[in-house]
Design a protein around this ligand. Structure first.
Ligand code: AMP
Length: 219
């Protein structure tokens, strides 16, 4: 089963992707994390993507799409493969169309699309107080979901950091792209009958319950 999580930065997609992994065995595929790994390793893709990620702009499609298709193929070839949760891809209609075409050509499909809806003011709060763990990308928030010890991940003890694109100016830029561009994907997947909208402004447990229910309905 393959699921797409759609939502603005800070809507909780990554947290829900972790729940889908835990409960349904779906492998998270976060395009932003993959790009940051390439940048950290200095791969050719990372070098090309770096200036876009640093500005908070979208990385050109030809770079991102190939990276995601490679991830999907690698996951499928694993013996215990149950599917993936895409988080952060697609972000535009051309990316969604390309994904549909490439998956169809390989006999695959997206089963469900889950949109986490969160008001912009709340997203701004969540992102400016967001801290992420170095080891596994677990997400904490100093106001709403603080770790027990400041600066340390409860789950694996690794150090927490703030992303370089979580500054007020870049957050606004990234949210503009989401609300002007990515949001059109909701109509795209609504027309395909795959979309479930979830109120992402509630507690993590409530959102997780609805996310898992939507995924199970699609399986
Ligand atoms: P994220 O971690 O999802 O907020 O992504 C961080 C950054 O990676 C974005 O601001 C973009 O620069 C880049 N990025 C991630 N996913 C995509 C995508 N689907 N298309 C283009 N750029 C992307």
């Amino acid at each position: 089963m393959n699921i797409i999580m759609i939502g603005a930065q800070g809507s909780g997609k990554g947290t829900q992707a972790e729940a889908l992994q835990r409960e349904l065995g779906l492998r998270p595929c976060a395009s932003g994390d993959l790009l940051r790994e390439h940048i950290a390793k200095g791969t050719p893709l990372g070098q090309q993507a770096k200036p876009y990620v640093e500005r908070g702009d979208l990385v050109p499609d030809e770079l991102v799409i190939g990276m995601i298709l490679d991830f999907l193929r690698a996951t499928r070839s694993q013996p215990d493969a149950r599917g993936v949760t895409l988080d952060g891809f697609p972000r535009t209609i051309p990316q969604a169309e390309k994904l549909d075409a490439e998956m169809a050509a390989e006999g695959q499909r997206i089963n469900a699309v889950i949109a986490l809806e969160v008001p912009r003011a709340l997203l701004l709060d969540r992102l400016s107080d967001r801290w992420i763990c170095r080891a596994h990308g677990h997400v904490w928030n100093t106001k709403t979901h603080p770790p027990r010890v400041a600066g340390i991940c409860d789950l694996d003890g690794s150090a927490l950091y703030q992303r370089s694109d979580d500054t007020p100016e870049k957050i606004e830029r990234r949210l503009d792209i989401y609300f002007n561009e990515t949001v059109h994907l909701l109509d795209y997947y609504q027309r395909q009958g795959k979309l479930t909208r979830i109120d992402g402004a509630r507690s993590i447990d409530d959102v997780t319950r609805d996310t898992l229910a939507a995924a199970r309905r699609a399986s």
